[in-house]
Design a protein around this ligand. Structure first.
Ligand SMILES: [Zn+2]
Length: 297
């Protein structure tokens, strides 16, 4: 395990315990898959009273986490229609702020590349995705697979000042060193380039009600940002014109039910009755995600 401090003020002096550690005994099988069934595991979480950020005080070693992401499964192929609809809105908005042409698009943590397809559809000439899960890449359409690089984002593998737009969704919570990560994104952006970051909003009213039962408090989240903390970490890393807004998420009704912190017995009952008719219905809801758009000077 490695210790962490608040990445914004780089100290734990004003941090207070919010959630005690709850991790699996069996270190052989933690599940780091995106959008998995909530398992209730999480690191010990502190809140920095200066920056309002909720962060893990001690996390798995980076090499071990990377191995878990590498082996993680891709379980949300049935949700891609709703996800594309949710994220596409943020991409269209980010494009409006581009000073340059829509030439090069990079997504870090691209899953099966569904947003690479969307970026091409919206007029980007070249797209590239980086994804640690081999399983996720295996679900990519053939015409997009060649644009996906397997592995963890490493700026050294990319020439500086190359991309017009960098897109990250549900990634910043997982990053071991958020300053190093944002510094690297800054380097690979062209001047005037845009970053879009979709992430959880830890101070959304549902997160406040459900506390650690909310699926955003789970084992692989190193830090969970709210609007203020997200603003602070991007400004700290030299980004300008930072805007943070609430995101409406589109998911099937069965996905919303899966994520709801209610007893399994009720979920099963609903799945056997009313959900047989409505499970594929796609519903949009501002359930606690936010997105940031910011610019490199
Ligand atoms: Zn702090």
């Amino acid at each position: 395990m490695q210790k962490k401090v608040c990445p914004i003020c780089e100290s734990d002096k004003n941090s207070k315990l919010v959630y005690d550690k709850k991790l699996p005994e069996d270190l052989e099988n933690p599940n780091f898959a995106g959008r998995k069934d909530p398992d209730g595991y999480h690191y010990q979480m502190l809140r920095c009273e200066n920056c309002t950020l909720l962060y893990a005080s001690e996390i798995y070693d980076e090499e071990y986490s990377n191995q878990l992401y590498n082996e993680s499964s891709f379980d949300y192929s049935s949700e891609l229609e709703g996800l594309t609809k949710s994220y596409s809105k943020t991409l269209k908005e980010g494009i409006k702020f581009l000073e340059n042409s829509k030439e090069n698009f990079l997504e870090i943590g691209c899953g099966n590349g569904f947003m690479l397809q969307e970026a091409l559809r919206l007029g980007f000439k070249n797209v590239k995705g980086i994804e640690p899960s081999k399983d996720a890449i295996s679900f990519a359409d053939n015409e997009i697979k060649n644009f996906i690089q397997h592995g963890i984002f490493d700026e050294n593998q990319i020439e500086n000042e190359k991309y017009d737009l960098v897109f990250i969704a549900m990634i910043i919570e997982h990053v071991v060193d958020s300053n190093k990560f944002l510094e690297s994104i800054y380097k690979v952006l062209k001047p005037g380039g845009i970053v879009i970051c979709v992430c959880h909003n830890e101070r959304h009213f549902l997160a406040k009600i459900f506390k650690e039962k909310h699926p955003i408090i789970n084992d692989e989240h190193v830090a969970v940002f709210n609007e203020k903390a997200l603003n602070l970490i991007f400004k700290k890393n030299k980004f300008l014109d930072v805007k943070v807004r609430n995101l409406k998420n589109y998911y099937s009704l069965s996905y919303w039910l899966k994520m709801m912190p209610i007893p399994i017995i009720i979920k099963n009952l609903l799945n056997k009755t009313i959900m047989l008719i409505f499970k594929k219905l796609i519903i949009g809801f501002k359930a606690g995600n936010q997105y940031l758009i910011a610019k490199k000077n």
